[in-house]
Design a protein around this ligand. Sequence first.
Ligand SMILES: NC(=O)c1ccc[n+]([C@@H]2O[C@H](COP(=O)([O-])OP(=O)(O)OC[C@H]3O[C@@H](n4cnc5c(N)ncnc54)[C@H](O)[C@@H]3O)[C@@H](O)[C@H]2O)c1
Length: 323
Amino acid sequence: MSTIIIGGAGFIGSKLTRHFLQRGNNVLVIDNLCRGRREYIESLPGQERLTFVHADASDTQAVLKICAQYHARFPVDAVWHLAANSDIPAGIADASVDLRDTFMTTYAVLEAMKTLGLKKLIFASSSAVYGDHGPDVLLREDTGPLLPISNYGAMKLASEALISAAAESWLEHSWIFRFPNVVGVPATHGVILDFIRKLKVTPGKLDVLGNGTQQKAYLHADELVEAMLFLADKDSGKCNLYNIGPDDAGCRVADIATTVVERVSPGAQILFGTEGRGWVGDVPKFRYSVDKAAALGWKPRFSSLQAVRRAVDEIALQEGILL
Ligand SMILES: NC(=O)c1ccc[n+]([C@@H]2O[C@H](COP(=O)([O-])OP(=O)(O)OC[C@H]3O[C@@H](n4cnc5c(N)ncnc54)[C@H](O)[C@@H]3O)[C@@H](O)[C@H]2O)c1
């Protein structure tokens, strides 16, 4: 069996690459390494079955050519699309970033799949598609209206729409998974990595974006990968939409800051900002319903805070800090 992973050298993508190589699949990774790294995948067991192509996945012709050559040698069963812009403020400052990396990659992947007759797509979407419904609304897959407040969320939602339209005509099976905040290693971005890197530079103080009350759902990447594989196996409808996340009210940025300081730089002063959100486009509080995934038998094992604690230790180690 062969699998294509777009963005497969990134944080979550490299975990999927590891999984499919371990399972004995041939794997093609397409990644432009704007955030991902070769070293995340180049020493994985099963290397002889891995093909890596450094390319821009928003380039329709390039994606088609690479996938066509690969599919001719190793007939492809499924395509996992994880490439996107991971810097939400950068996408707010320049809308072309999310247009290219978050949306055009989806367009290019779908066009290539259609031409090659590939019928199975798994897509990494995000809680950002919901926009800001406030802290009291439990976000379910049918919650609306969907009014994203970042270009990232807008382009994820547009990608979902394109997949749904393809499912109506030629795409036989698609899974759209809406992730919460995902933590773990190899960390390429995110609040824990930011805090740890700041403390490496100034061990005595930690500047936090926002007043620390932002409260969101966090899931460990290992659990996320397990959940996607489980759900993709259990539900094989045309267009399967699932929230994946912890079953709790999330954890506060202040709790993350405290956890990081305790582990990495005990005694450092935590300096909070004044605003209730970290940046423009940040949804400060949200809570997920994962009832739909639970109905199929998937249950998260860790709370948001447990996932954060585990990730803090892992990321500290990645950053060369001995605990
Ligand atoms: N990590 C999270 O908290 C989170 C939350 C919600 C959704 N997601 C989604 O999950 C997916 C994976 O996220 P991640 O956290 O692993 O981020 P990541 O940045 O580590 O991974 C994305 C990968 O895509 C690659 N990429 C970006 N633009 C590309 C392009 N134009 N052409 C080729 N490759 C390109 C990057 O180099 C990177 O390796 C993304 O789609 C992201 O939007 C992540």
